[in-house]
Design a protein around this ligand. Structure first.
Ligand SMILES: [Zn+2]
Length: 429
């Protein structure tokens, strides 16, 4: 049986833009560390000032831990995830989820690394001689695919099966003046064209596994199938799920959703108020209210709701860590409403399980609903880690998985819903 971590990232330092990653890191630095960094920054002109500042930053294990994994090539990145699990959690196979007699065993872990389309948000902003001129998703793809190939070649255990999600921001692609999406279609056709020919998850899996990893020499055009399983959308980078104020942008997202519905492509969208906050409208874009509009949109020509069957995962269960206390639960409740009303809408708990107490809160929240809704929620929650981003709250991948594996608040069978049955259904593999 396969255990699923349906939300993780495999990225190096060249993939996000620098200001986004610095922002993300400083966001999570504690008050006193922030205070000492600011205080020491005043003394940067003194020789000891620089040294002291560097050592304060280096003393933060979480920052150094995150930077170390992001400095690694992506093959070694995945290998280190595996080594950590084998050395610190499951020394002998298989993966064990549950306590004592009440346990379910898995022999493989499915990872779906979610790429992010960082685009060139700040291009031209700086007056420097050299600029970041290209940050196409293709470059990131190439690095990730080489990394997976290397993992497959060098891993002793082959514990992971890796099926990446392609990052996409429709704003970074064109549409021609006749209202027909051109570049977007070219991109989607390249990786997902034949997905509508997979009547069953088994067929979909066969398609993905037919990707010739050994033949892949950094040129995806030379390989005639694609290893991508789904699409990742990231509103804080400027993706607007329902851009009502622009006919052109709205046309693009409609094209995308229509494509994903017809081809049965799973889509994961970031849905919390944190993350790589690059676009000023990140709060508005990340809100589940945007998705309610998209899912319930009625096509006036056909009088149908064409996107209501979109296979969608709203990530992080709508977490609102940064919002004021009286608003903290709004998105979570909206996500619950969508999950209960739309058959193909799911939510994942990635990043949230960095603290064990989260699982107790989740259980309490589920139990606060009438029985019918409880059942629905149990069928729609997906386990995810948000590795490597989660290194801002845990020290390792194994610690995060251990919290889930050993919490006794959910039975092993209930956990099996989150880490196998639900993601299997959502991912269609
Ligand atoms: Zn994430």
């Amino acid at each position: 049986m396969r255990f699923f971590d349906a939300h993780c990232h495999v990225m190096n330092l060249s993939h996000p833009n620098l200001s986004a990653i610095l922002n993300r890191i400083l966001d999570k630095v504690g008050f006193w560390k922030k205070a000492s960094i600011s205080a020491l920054a005043l003394f940067l002109w003194l020789p000891w000032g620089k040294k002291a500042l560097t050592s304060v930053i280096e003393s933060d294990d979480r920052i150094m831990n995150l930077l170390a994994i992001m400095e690694s090539d992506l093959g070694d990145f995945i290998l280190q995830m595996e080594e950590d699990l084998k050395e610190r959690l499951w020394k002998a196979q298989p993966v064990v989820i549950g306590n004592n007699g009440d346990a379910v065993r898995y022999d493989k872990i499915v990872l779906t690394p979610l790429m992010m389309d960082f685009g060139l948000k700040n291009y031209g902003k700086y007056k420097t001689v050299y600029k970041v001129r290209r940050k196409t998703i293709e470059e990131q793809m190439r690095d990730l695919l080489i990394g997976i190939r290397r993992y497959r070649a060098e891993s002793k255990h082959r514990l992971f099966e890796v099926y990446p999600f392609m990052g996409l921001n429709t704003k970074n692609y064109g549409i021609n003046s006749y209202g027909k999406t051109v570049e977007l279609q070219v991109l989607l056709d390249k990786y997902f064209k034949n997905f509508d020919q997979d009547p069953t998850p088994k067929k979909r899996l066969e398609r993905l596994n037919s990707f010739a990893w050994d033949e892949y020499q950094c040129d995806i055009d030379a390989v005639d199938s694609s290893p991508f399983l789904g699409i990742k959308l990231y509103p804080p980078l400027g993706f607007d799920p329902w851009p009502e104020d622009s006919a052109e942008e709205l046309g693009k997202v409609k094209f995308l959703y229509d494509y994903c519905v017809k081809k049965n492509i799973p889509v994961t969208s970031h849905c919390s108020d944190g993350g790589f906050l690059v676009d000023d409208s990140y709060l508005e874009f990340s809100s589940p209210a945007k998705w309610r509009k998209a899912l319930s949109w009625k096509d006036p020509n056909t009088n149908t709701e064409p996107f209501r069957n979109l296979r969608l995962n709203l990530a992080h269960f709508g977490n609102q860590e940064k919002s004021s206390w009286w608003r903290k639960k709004e998105w979570r409740d909206q996500v619950t409403e969508l999950v209960c009303n739309y058959d193909n809408v799911y939510t994942d708990i990635s990043y949230r399980g960095g603290e064990r107490i989260f699982y107790d809160e989740l259980k309490g929240y589920i139990k606060s609903h009438p029985p019918e809704k409880q059942d629905k929620l149990m069928q729609k929650i997906i386990f995810g880690s948000d590795f490597m981003i989660n290194l801002m709250s845990v020290d390792s991948y194994s610690t995060y998985l251990k919290h889930f594996a050993t919490t006794s608040i959910f039975s092993a069978d209930e956990k099996d819903l989150f880490c196998r049955q639900n993601p299997e259904r959502f991912l269609f593999i």
